[in-house]
Design a protein around this ligand. Sequence first.
Ligand SMILES: C[S@@+](CC[C@H](N)C(=O)[O-])C[C@H]1O[C@@H](n2cnc3c(N)ncnc32)[C@H](O)[C@@H]1O
Length: 513
Amino acid sequence: MVSAKKEYGDFQTPLSLARQVSALVAQRMVRIGTVVEPTCGVGAFLQAAAEHFGESTSYWGFDINADYVETARAAVGRAGPSAATVEQRDFYTTNWEEFLSEQAGPVLIIGNPPWITNAGMGVIQGTNLPTKCNFQGHKGLDAKTGKANFDISEWMLVRLLRALQGSRAAIAMLCKTATARKVLRHAWVNGLNVGPSSLHLIDAAAEFGVAVDACLLYAHTGIGDTEFTATVYRSLSFDQPLQTFGMSNGELVSDVDIYRELRHLDGLQYRQWRSGVKHDAAQVMEFTREKNHFVNGLGERCQLEDEYLFPLLKSSDLANGRLQPRRFVLLTQNRVGDATETIKKVAPKTWRYLLDHSDYLDRRGSSVYARRARFSIFGVGDYTFSTAKVAISGLYKCHQFQAIGCAGGKPIVVDDTCYFIPCGSKQEADFFADLLSCETAQRFISALVFRDAKRPVTVDILRRIDLKRLAEHAGQVRAANEYLSASSLESEDQQLLFVDQISKQAGSPVGWR
Ligand SMILES: C[S@@+](CC[C@H](N)C(=O)[O-])C[C@H]1O[C@@H](n2cnc3c(N)ncnc32)[C@H](O)[C@@H]1O
């Protein structure tokens, strides 16, 4: 059965919190023509806004739930404004441009849209979704995987910002902090006009009983040119700024001040960062060793040949400096797309094991396994088997780069929560690990990483670290020349960019930094 609370992202805002939000909004908006609460629930925001902004403002509230509409009508009635309308409406079928253009400005859209992702909605088989889901314009694999997942509130906030273009207005809405950033990024990248914007952190556990990083997103439209930065404040006030994030070089950076200081390190990708292996079946593909047996995650003692087993480090190992592998992973392929049937001949016990556990492997949901050989894995290639690597976990807030090599004569591999550069030798891996651990590198990474993200470190962030400039910055010119030549640049485009930079450097009296 579909949980209605989940499907409708139904977390009603306490009146005290709605009052604090209204008080904050009033600090920057002196006159408000119309207040709109697009998913008003039982009406806390309508009541709080009416108490604050009084008689001279009109109030509109909508919700899909008819019972809530009744309750919200009573709530706003308690605050006593004469112009208040609360109606049952579906956000998705409302023509927001038409509705908003008919209202007296400036308009304030206030509230707290549903807290659920489209993937979460899929899991509970809910249908409370917009018809067009790929509004971020993702293509290929990104459209099939995590990148295309979005919060319903992200879709709604973008929809409202679009509808407000050309008018003087503001949005003040509670959402996850990651959602607020995505909404602003979407606006900045797609040329929407957003003026001064801020995020004010709230304690979602205390207010809503949910453990997520959440905030008030307060953004203005129609006042001057777009401002490509937003300040994060510790609370619902303008007193304690934490940092300012924004767009730079077409991407989000978490701290524009540090980024500006170190922006010369945002350069070329001399070495390609890779993701670790993905198999989506830890219980049957990962093992510990007990005497002569391997024991899988189901607690079964398994007879397997060594052939396809490799020492494995996971995120927690890298982040905690536990570099002696205690686990093994079964890698059924050397490259994506390899046939797996060969295992039958080379390692019959392993093949038998895979057949015996095929129910776990055959039911893996990810589309990356669709139409591939049975028991396929993903994120595997020659790089997986390099005898040395510099690796980092994507999941931890600390940015620990580790040099790893071989164990028991086999290359150590990492799982898909980790990233790495394959290296030709342990010295090379040590060089990169030291370089990436230096203070300058760590500060630069901290300017790019959003610490509250589910996966703070991503390949998109790592590829922005120009290892050559970093090495030069650290006085490691000789090693830089050895390990980071132009020919090690990953793509032809990058090589052309390099030639372009060198010729600019030659023609420039101040050098190319
Ligand atoms: C997170 S609750 C917040 C309620 C209210 N804004 C508040 O702050 O207390 C989200 C609300 O969105 C409403 N809702 C969900 N889907 C909707 C839709 N498609 N159209 C209109 N309202 C919707 C739910 O009924 C619920 O009341």
